[in-house]
Design a protein around this ligand. Structure first.
Ligand SMILES: [Zn+2]
Ligand SMILES: [Zn+2]
Length: 293
């Protein structure tokens, strides 16, 4: 199986012979780039702003939802959304994109796409043919699926012109692909891989697994990727509950709890209205701290 990860050039292992001179190779790439009106980038080069390897080295986080759909979080925690290959960042909105009408985020998202075979994320890479030609293609590090860059560009153009969307590249489709593999080959490998690459798909994956009679696996996934992250209110109520148990263990603890409940004019902490929770948690912690001294 061929493996390709961003930042690593995949090489066919065949020695270049009779290869194209570098200048012609560059000319060809530039021509190809102009034809498609997209910027030229070097795959896997950390020094090149438009390569995913650069994005990763700089600490950007990319969550791919579908082809051309993603959230990009920059190292400072600010997030931008790319929708149908259109980014909402200032470079794109205000300057119109510094790279041939695209921003770097759009450049990165263009080099990724969901795999229609297993639902994982494919990356654009370059490989050398037996004739020494350097070609670009998307490769899936998970299942080895490969797709020509030119073919993908065609498909994307059709999509942009309002053509039919390939369901397999959208969130539900990605989960269904991985589940199909599970049913055919009896391996949950891709199911795990998809939720690891795109944790936001976990709720969809769990629902579809349940529908497919794979609820047990769904439960395991839900345990690793909580479907509903605990809310702030839930966390505060848990703190009060655990705090009470701790406070009871201390001398005077029980009377302190009663005193606080009296002060709040309630029977039990469960009765604290949501809007008062932050204050009550604060008081409770003060009381607890004083009891410990
Ligand atoms: Zn952008
Ligand atoms: Zn794949």
């Amino acid at each position: 199986m061929m493996m390709f990860y961003p930042g690593i050039h995949w090489d066919s292992g065949i020695e270049r012979n009779g290869s194209i001179p570098p200048k012609e190779e560059v000319d060809m790439a530039v021509k190809k780039s102009d034809e498609r009106k997209s910027a030229l980038f070097v795959v896997g080069d950390e020094e090149t702003k438009l390569s995913i390897a650069h994005a990763m080295a700089k600490g950007y986080r990319i969550t791919l939802c579908g082809d051309g759909e993603a959230e990009v979080v920059n190292p400072d925690g600010r997030s931008y959304y790319v929708q149908n290959f259109e980014c909402d960042c200032p470079d794109k909105r205000i300057r119109g994109g510094s790279y041939h009408g695209s921003c770097k985020h759009e450049g990165w998202i263009g080099q990724m796409r969901p795999c229609e075979m297993c639902g994982a994320v494919m990356y654009l890479g370059e490989f050398k043919t037996a004739f020494g030609e350097c070609l670009m293609r998307f490769e899936c590090p998970a299942c080895g699926n490969a797709r020509d860059d030119e073919l993908v560009c065609e498909e994307r153009m059709i999509l942009r012109d309002g053509g039919p969307q390939d369901e397999r590249l959208m969130p539900e489709g990605r989960c269904r692909q991985a589940i199909a593999y599970l049913e055919k080959r009896d391996t949950a490998r891709y199911v795990w891989l998809v939720v690891r690459q795109s944790p936001e798909l976990a709720p969809i994956m769990v629902r579809l697994l349940a529908e497919a009679g794979q609820g047990e696996l769904g439960d395991k996934i839900a345990k690793v990727y909580p479907l509903d992250p605990p809310s702030a209110e839930h966390q505060m109520r848990e703190r009060l509950k655990n705090g009470q148990a701790e406070l009871r263990k201390l001398p005077k603890g029980l009377s302190l709890i009663t005193g606080l409940l009296d002060h709040l004019n309630i029977e039990q902490f469960e009765d604290v209205p949501s809007e008062d929770l932050p204050d009550v948690v604060g008081w409770f912690e003060d009381v607890y701290r004083s009891a410990k001294q």
